[in-house]
Design a protein around this ligand. Structure first.
Ligand SMILES: Cc1cc2nc3c(=O)[nH]c(=O)nc-3n(C[C@H](O)[C@H](O)[C@H](O)COP(=O)(O)O)c2cc1C
Length: 229
């Protein structure tokens, strides 16, 4: 048996936005959660929770999220976002990945119908057979360290799923109507919804799954201080 290196695993992971309908066994999801929760957290507080949703409850979440968004309901997230949208370099990167995705999907800039269809797919969690809703304990919800911890666990979740042959996309669109998610995923009152991760077996014929997003150069991302070489 060959073991994939960490570098290869990280290198081949990408967001998956097209799935086969095949169900994912609960036992596999248990293994993935067991790996994800090995993430480090501040003082080992482990402020994260995973709600693994499939079948009818997930269909209800998709329907409710999509219906409300299409009806023009205000975004109903439980975590705060900047209210001016992304700007500057962040906006540029947002546009760049959208252009890459739209290009392979054959979505023209002015094709409102196809663009709308793409947005709807996001609200439906790309029709993935599983959605893992990640929550933070309410007690620590205003502590950004706990958000950091949840991010670490979420990346662990994504890498674990990838290592087990699944595809995933962290999907903020899926929790835009968080009250719907809260109702059908049965989220306890003492937890706050952070995000969800759609996952399942990837449909390799789905063009967007082949898109490799770009990253800034090291020189624009990292400073190296005190090195002699
Ligand atoms: C917090 C978070 C929320 C995201 N929400 C969405 C989303 O709603 N829809 C989507 O298509 N991708 C979403 N993504 C995926 C990003 O677009 C993706 O990670 C980024 O473009 C880099 O591409 P890659 O994951 O293929 O490397 C999200 C990623 C993160 C980390």
């Amino acid at each position: 048996m060959t073991t994939e290196s960490f570098e290869d695993l990280v290198g081949r992971r990408r967001s998956t936005r097209g799935y086969k309908p095949d169900p994912v066994p609960r036992s596999l999801m248990e293994e993935i959660i067991a790996i994800a929760k090995r993430a480090p957290s501040s003082m080992n507080t482990q402020p994260w929770n995973f709600h693994v949703v499939t079948g009818d409850p997930l269909e209800k979440i998709r329907e409710g999220n999509t219906e409300r968004m299409m009806a023009g309901a205000a975004v109903d997230r439980e975590i705060k976002m900047v209210d001016h949208g992304y700007q500057g370099i962040h906006r540029d990167r947002q546009v760049e990945i959208a252009v890459q995705l739209f290009e392979v999907m054959g979505i023209e800039r002015h094709d409102k119908e196809k663009r709308q269809d793409w947005v709807m797919r996001g609200f439906r969690q790309f029709d993935a057979p599983v959605s893992v809703v990640v929550t933070v304990d309410k007690e620590l919800a205003d502590d950004t360290i706990a958000h950091f911890d949840c991010g670490a666990a979420t990346y662990g979740l994504v890498l674990a799923a990838t290592s087990k042959g699944l595809g995933c996309v962290i999907n903020g669109q899926g929790i835009m109507q968080s009250s719907v998610v809260r109702e059908y995923a049965n989220i306890p009152e003492d937890q706050v919804i952070m995000t969800c991760v759609a996952m399942g077996y990837p449909d390799d014929s789905f063009e967007a799954n082949g898109v490799v997003s770009r990253r800034a150069e090291n020189e624009d991302t990292a400073d190296f201080i005190g090195f002699d070489d």
